[in-house]
Design a protein. Structure first.
Length: 532
């Protein structure tokens, strides 16, 4: 009866801890396994369930049964009122714990995650949860958590706001940069998670000296200047224009983009190529070039130019037109085996050849001679300058290319430089003036000379643009011995020797004045003597 009286005064609280109600005695549920405590219609039934009582509910006990009056045996049943329903619950599932005090927060052995920092910093940056453990029914302190701290220069989000090293933390102190003046002093700044010393900016202008003059961390940055390396009076004249130089490592680079004067005027392009203020000066009205000018040329396939044995020739301007390409070497139709050369100028030597090693090559020019040699044989194995694919030199008495003997030399047209004797010229007249040889023709007046030429000493035609001394100022002569030291006899007058390596005279009479006099005599006779 004493127990029953006590229990009638209890309010039964099941499960989780809650704030105590004034008339409720705390009872914890045992062996529920998370299930609700069933309210049954009587103490003697296990099937009629009126409802469930969740853990932590506060129950009011109306009465109890005695032992043996229930389906579990010696278990007391309690009549309770809960949720508007009255029924029975088994005391087998309940046990009084800490009766009259607050319920426990946890059970021994339990742990859980914890964080005591601001909620909006949890799991951001370096911030992380800790763990709490249960001891004597209460949760212990949060161990192992990391909460926000002041931002540091370490490449981490110390204050857990989502930003790293914001606000340049730990910076602003004075420091030495290790750089020579004027940037030897600086201020610390946070960069890449580390404090570095940055030079203090100054107002100096950057110059090309491989130094950081304005202390902005860059050397010779953005420095450029106008430039021109041609003659000063040609800049901005004709095609000539200046360029730009850029500074690098304290040195001005090349003058990029400039155009300097050409070595000679290009005829027919309507431009001032030599930047002297005149266009196409010295050119004939319909000509492409100046007489006597030369230029490289090549008439073979463009891809073979300067490949292997192939090389350029030379064109000479005559009568305002470029002549044929002389002296070039073009590709052979087939590779010549055994000469270790790229004859067809395709970048390979002796491809698809099988020259026997025993082939005799006495003059070591790459071409053999004898029965053991295959391919084209050397026609003179004692002369290394004579072999197949060699350039033929006319009139030297050799079959240089081993093809068709020595070829006669072609006559040079009027006005062409390079003759050495009369038979070299179509006009059969090779004239030398101021050390220069040129094919000419006889004349007495300028009218007898082609356009662009004048008649010198009433003897031979010579280009107008060539400097010729006034005949009236010259000393007459018949041989070099008649002239002062440093001069030689030319067209019957003493002429100054030049430094061009011209041939010397031995004092013998030159046949040229006599030829000219003979030609003039023939002309005079035709003009003044009666014809028969």
């Amino acid at each position: 009866m004493l127990i029953r009286s006590f229990l009638l005064s209890l309010l039964l609280c099941v499960g989780l801890p809650h704030v105590a109600q004034a008339a409720c005695t705390y009872v914890k549920t045992a062996n529920l396994g998370g299930s609700n405590l069933n309210i049954r219609s009587s103490a003697n039934t296990s099937s009629s369930v009126l409802g469930g009582v969740p853990e932590g509910a506060c129950l009011k006990v109306l009465s109890t049964t005695t032992s043996g009056q229930n389906i579990k045996g010696n278990t007391t049943w309690y009549k309770i009122s809960y949720g508007g329903k009255t029924g029975w619950v088994s005391g087998y599932y309940t046990v009084c714990s800490n009766c009259g005090g607050p319920p426990p927060e946890c059970s021994a052995g339990q742990t859980k995650a914890c964080y005591t920092g601001a909620a909006n910093t949890r799991s951001k940056g370096v911030c992380k949860d800790g763990r709490q453990s249960c001891s004597n029914g209460k949760w212990g302190s949060c161990q192992g958590e990391t909460k926000p701290s002041a931002e540091k220069c370490d490449g981490k989000d110390n204050d857990c706001d989502g930003d790293v090293d914001e606000g340049n933390p730990d910076a602003g102190g004075s420091c030495g940069t290790g750089i020579s003046a004027p940037c030897q002093f600086g201020t610390t700044t946070c960069q890449g998670g580390k404090l570095i010393c940055k030079p203090k900016p100054n107002n100096s202008n950057e110059i090309c000296d491989n130094l950081d003059n304005n202390c902005n961390g860059q050397i010779d940055e953005g420095l450029s200047r106008n430039c021109y390396t041609g003659p000063a009076n040609t800049n901005g004249v004709g095609i000539c224009k200046g360029g730009k130089q850029t500074c690098s490592v304290g040195t001005w680079g090349p003058c990029a983009g400039e155009t300097k004067p050409a070595s000679k005027e290009t005829c027919g392009n309507g431009q001032d190529d030599d930047c002297n203020g005149q266009k196409d000066e010295g050119c004939s009205p319909t000509g492409d070039c100046k007489d006597g000018d030369t230029q490289p040329c090549y008439t073979g396939p463009p891809a073979t130019r300067s490949q292997g044995s192939c090389h350029d020739g030379t064109q000479i301007c005559s009568g305002g037109k470029w002549g044929s390409c002389q002296g070039e070497t073009k590709p052979t139709a087939q590779e010549i085996c055994g000469n270790a050369k790229d004859d067809n100028c395709n970048g390979q030597s002796d491809e698809n050849c099988n020259v026997p090693q025993q082939c005799t090559d006495n003059d070591k020019d790459g071409f053999g001679f004898g029965q053991n040699c295959s391919g084209i044989q050397d026609c003179n194995d004692a002369d290394p300058s004579v072999h197949p694919n060699q350039q033929e030199i006319c009139g030297n008495g050799k079959d240089d290319d081993c093809k068709d003997g020595d070829l006669p030399c072609a006559k040079l047209p009027f006005g062409t430089q390079g003759c050495t004797k009369p038979e070299d010229c179509e006009s059969n007249l090779c004239v030398r003036l101021n050390g220069e040889y040129r094919c000419s023709q006889l004349c007495q007046t300028k009218a007898e000379c082609p356009s662009g030429y004048k008649c010198i000493n009433q003897s031979a035609c010579w280009p107008i643009q060539q400097e010729v001394p006034d005949a009236g100022q010259l000393q007459s002569c018949k041989a070099d011995a008649d002239c002062p030291s440093g001069q030689f006899c030319e067209f019957g007058f003493c002429a100054q020797k030049t430094g061009c390596g011209c041939e010397s005279h031995d004092g013998n009479l030159s046949p040229l004045p006599f030829l000219l006099m003979f030609a003039l005599l023939i002309g005079w006779r035709r003009k003044h003597l009666p014809h028969h």
